[in-house]
Design a protein around this ligand. Sequence first.
Ligand code: HAM
Length: 443
Amino acid sequence: MAYQSLKGFRDILPEESPRWRRLEETIRSLMRRGGYGEVRLPIVEATELFARGVGEGTDIVGKEMYSFLDRSDPPESITLRPELTAGAARAFVQHSMMQVQPVTKWFYIGPMFRYEHPQAGRYRQFHQFGLELYGSPHPEADAEVIVMGMELLHELGIENFRLRLNSIGTPEERIGYRAALLAYLHAHVGELSEDSVRRMDTNPLRVLDSKREEDIRATANAPHIMDALGDESRGHFERVQQLLAAAGVGYTLDHRLVRGLDYYTRTAFEFQGLDLGAQDALGGGGRYDGLIEQIGGRATPAIGFSFGMERLLIAMENAGKSAGPEPETDIYVVGLDDDSRRWAFTQTMELRRQGFAADCDVLRRSLKAQMREANRRGARLAVIVGGSELEARHAQVKDLAEGVQHGIAFDDLGGELRHMLERASSPQQGTADPAAPGPISAS
Ligand code: HAM
């Protein structure tokens, strides 16, 4: 049987690439304007980093990691990154960024791996765009990061979403809250889903995040984390909200939003797509003031988010903002016999050197088949040469959109082609140049 890609792993073929490129270009432009530098980090890290960083009690570490023993002696456990906040924090510490500058702003784009049950919008290899801001404990940093997420969705034309916002306090504040919540959950254990009963003792906060009807009903009167916050956390959260309001950002306060990773402190948020079906988290993030110290660095406050790029593409598609197909080439060079094919080949290479998107036949096809190929590839111009054109050092150039054709001297070819392509893409495109020679049909 022919090989298939693994379950949950997708091929992205050239016809899909323009959409990815448009998404990446929008991200990079926004990141440049925001002063975020791109980091390109390893795909694999020590398993220990995620166990310590993301947390032993999380779904990610508990059941979703691609972990392997490598070939060293003794073997070392390594893991395909399920997310990049821990890896970026590792790089931040390793390169002593704290000593280089007071505030570091990084972004990344790349594949992540989680052994999850694949479904629409959920894959085992998926891509994230994320950003991390290190060095500031203040609400201004929270607001900046959240506004960057809003800006991205705005620039991508995605409007059908809401921003859910919560504060989950400090680890100290959560100790008391966890106990109160656990007591509540134990009193309602009979009403909870099997999944929630299982995760209740390891990660009771996650029960609040469950989307199952019975869990939502059972936790309707559960204690709110907001009531467990001290003055400092409350003040921080209020200031974040003031700054968001000042920036014109709408949000929904949601005490059920707890996020699935252990490193979060205080502000937590999620951009929830409203037309994405079950996998509706476009992106999410929060503050994680303890992570860097936890993985061995000097205590450094930080906040960030990640978006799922496949989900952004689905949301763009739903909003009718997907990039359309691009022409594969601008100029198709057609040779009719052995000598002219050689000319077509060398001329194609020369045109590419001059900056054109140019291509020619490699299947020794007939004129008709080559012209069909030129059209299929979306070429605007076909340069056609046979024995008589070689002799006269004149090519026939056909505008495939307009259907007009005229002869151009070999020596003028580059300049003329440039001129014709520019005219074709200018607003008056389509009007034939009255000074140009009349149509000659290719023979
Ligand atoms: P996360 O919520 O685990 O957070 O993932 C962020 C986003 O990645 C999700 O909202 C979703 O769009 C996408 N995503 C996650 N799993 C999958 C999957 N299996 N298939 C497709 N898309 C998926 C983080 O990863 C944190 N590192 C975010 C962060 C950065 N927090 C602070 N800084």
